[in-house]
Design a protein around this ligand. Structure first.
Ligand code: URA
Length: 238
């Protein structure tokens, strides 16, 4: 734990106080040493962010990682990319062929559509979003990442969240929506409403590759983006 004085401890405690009254929505940045996690089963608690952790350290560890079978088939690990003080953390499923070649998330056709979707509500990876994935190595033939592969990779995502401290999450596709919400229902049931993850708002929507296959999903996806935008506007007013 960073000991940068009592001021940041009091700042954290006052945010906890607000959170107990009203849920955690504060736009005030949390002090570096803490991330607030709210879970319906355990209530609010504070978890220390490892003192010397960094996005670079996570990327370097992920590049050497052999915790699951996906490491055997990867060309490049795809640790994630974007703003280091993001308003929104966008979480996809896992790298595809283009991403595996380049190490850059969402760079293929689905990624280009994702960028347009984000731009429509004033978001971009260059300015205010960080783009990550549930698994950081490409599943063979783009199959779903298996539960043990997701579990093996989750600590990297948790560490990224602790460092980045986003204000909201956008889960794109069934796999991230189910993984982050601990749900088994399909994306059609998970989308369209505000959820909470780590005590912060989370909106789930269709994966852009599903939108490329099925035009009819574009309208509900647009509704989801408008929902996210309204949540961000609400956070802005606090
Ligand atoms: N699909 C994903 O879910 N993530 C990527 O990075 C690319 C495509």
């Amino acid at each position: 734990m960073k000991t940068d004085g009592r001021a940041s401890l009091f700042e954290a405690l006052s945010i906890v106080e607000d959170s107990l009254a009203d849920g955690y929505h504060s736009r005030r940045a949390l002090p570096d040493f803490a991330v607030i996690i709210e879970s319906p089963s355990t209530g609010l608690r504070m978890e220390p962010a490892p003192a010397n952790d960094s996005l670079e350290a996570i990327a370097a560890e992920a590049a050497r990682c052999q915790k699951c079978r996906l490491s055997a088939g990867r060309n490049r690990v795809v640790p994630g990319l974007g703003s280091t003080r993001p308003l929104v953390m966008v979480i996809g499923e896992g790298p595809g062929a283009e991403e595996d070649k380049t190490g850059i998330p969402f760079i293929g056709p689905a990624g280009q559509l994702l960028d347009k979707m984000l731009a429509a509500i004033g978001l971009s990876r260059e300015t205010n979003c960080f783009i990550g994935n549930i698994v950081k190595c490409r599943p063979p033939m783009n199959r779903d990442p298996a539960p043990d592969e997701q579990a093996a990779c989750m600590p990297y995502l948790e560490r990224q969240i602790a460092i980045l401290k986003p204000r909201a999450f956008l889960a794109v596709g069934r796999i991230p929506a189910q993984a982050l919400l601990g749900a088994k229902t399909g994306i059609g049931r998970l989308r369209g409403e505000r959820h909470e993850f780590h005590g912060l708002p989370l909106v789930a929507t269709y994966h852009p590759s599903a939108l490329l296959r099925n035009e009819e999903l574009k309208r509900p996806a647009w509704e989801d983006l408008k929902l996210l935008k309204s949540i961000l506007d609400e956070l802005d007013q606090r």
